[in-house]
Design a protein around this ligand. Structure first.
Ligand SMILES: *Cc1c(COP(=O)(O)O)cnc(C)c1O
Length: 397
């Protein structure tokens, strides 16, 4: 589909068609997987549209155009993982630069910051981004970037994107939003004033837990050029097959996200009333402290739900091991429901005091709510929580 037609169309139509035209040589309606590493020149010194697949590849180009369209950006640049996409963004920084970052970030982002970027002479300052005033107060003359996730992992705190953008715009600081949890179907940071969006396409874009990939999207052409230069120079590109799988996944992104969100709300509402649950974290619950901010910038609240079990960390581990439909695994965003105990799994590398400081209880369970039948998911959690009553009863005898 041609770019000028795309802009008139709504999200669901662009998810299926943007960047994708029937193959000129065969009429195939699906973008072919182009494994070719190299492409014909028209004449010496005169390359055709493509030269070499690290630099550019037709399947990848279709994916990048599709994602740029969905994020509301002018350009997207795809990488072999979400971490590689984050690295591309961080590589914009030079020695002496300062970054204001959220205090609740994906563990892989923190590892990148600490072990690969800080040693280059770049400083990170972590603040509670629920309050935009904290971001403003942390900005110094050498601040070059503000980096946030919203909703955050795993306690679903919300960062006001528009308010943050107002601050960063005023002082020429790049504003980066990791949009992995919300996806562009529910939240489009570029339209709200962010400069760069990063996404792990391993999660909802792929949607079927069968690939690893990442992407950045921008509106500024020069920024897009710099990221594409890095993509070619550093070379962490996704394979044509993985690009094709992502395109295939994205065709159902809007349908899946609707179901993820509907199921997540049912699960969160059930958990909120359960006597064995101390607290539920889901931005779509009216009782959620940041519901109003979430409503303002998200058109739906996604499929991630966390909750604290009433009891000990052992109790939480027992519940996480007792489900039958929810599978005990890290990662998120696939059609199948996953459950994990954050303190011993995704957040095990963070020290206990740090977890406590970030509001992450040792009894916290994180769910990636899939698109199965919601009644089965609720029944599964009800049964798993029932394990606690039984054990407790026995011990008391
Ligand atoms: C998974 C994830 C990443 C990293 O992506 P990979 O594809 O695993 O490299 C970054 N940010 C968030 C929020 C994630 O969930």
């Amino acid at each position: 589909m041609k770019k000028d037609t795309q802009s008139e169309l709504r999200f669901a139509t662009r998810a299926i068609h943007a960047g994708q035209e029937p193959d000129a040589s065969t009429g195939a309606v699906v973008i072919p997987i182009h494994p070719s590493s190299t492409f014909l020149f028209d004449a010496p010194g005169k390359p055709g549209a493509y030269e070499y697949s690290r630099t550019q590849n037709p399947t990848r180009a279709a994916l990048e155009e599709c994602i740029a369209s969905l994020e509301g950006g002018s350009r997207a640049v795809a990488f072999s993982s979400g971490c590689a996409a984050m690295m591309a963004v961080l590589n914009l920084l030079v020695a002496g630069d300062h970054v204001v970052a959220g205090d609740q970030l994906y563990g892989g982002a923190l590892r990148l910051f600490k072990h690969l970027i800080e040693p280059r002479g770049i400083a990170f300052e972590h603040v509670d981004t629920r309050n935009v005033g904290n971001i403003m107060a942390a900005i110094r003359p050498n601040t070059r970037m503000v980096w946030v996730e919203t909703p955050t992992n795993p306690v679903m705190r919300i960062v006001d994107i528009q308010e943050t953008a107002r601050i960063t715009k005023g002082c020429g600081v790049w504003f980066v939003v990791d949009n992995t949890f919300a996806t562009p179907y529910f939240q489009r940071p570029l339209e709200l004033g962010a400069d760069i969006v990063v996404e792990s396409s391993t999660k909802y874009f792929g949607g079927h837990s069968d690939l690893v990939g990442g992407v950045c999207a921008v509106n500024d052409a020069r920024l897009g050029e710099r990221l594409a230069f890095y993509q070619n120079a550093a070379g962490a590109v996704p394979s044509p097959f993985d690009c094709w799988l992502q395109l295939r996944g994205i065709k159902t992104l809007h349908v899946r996200m609707e179901r993820h969100a509907a199921n997540a709300l049912k699960v969160a509402s059930f958990l909120e009333k359960h006597p064995r649950v101390a607290r539920v974290y889901y931005p779509g619950l009216r009782s959620s402290p940041q519901y109003a901010t979430a409503r303002k910038q998200m058109s739906g609240f996604g499929g991630m739900v966390s909750f604290e079990v009433r009891g000990t960390d052992r109790d939480a581990m027992r519940v996480a091991s007792a489900t039958k439909v929810f599978m005990l695994a890290e990662s998120l965003g696939g059609v199948e429901s996953l459950i994990e105990h954050a303190a011993t799994m995704t957040h095990a590398k963070i020290s206990k005091p740090e977890r406590a400081r970030g509001g992450l209880a040792e009894t916290l369970i994180r769910l990636s709510v899939g698109i199965e039948d919601a009644a089965d998911l609720v029944a599964d959690l009800d049964r798993a929580l029932g394990v606690l009553s039984k054990r407790k009863g026995k011990r008391r005898r």
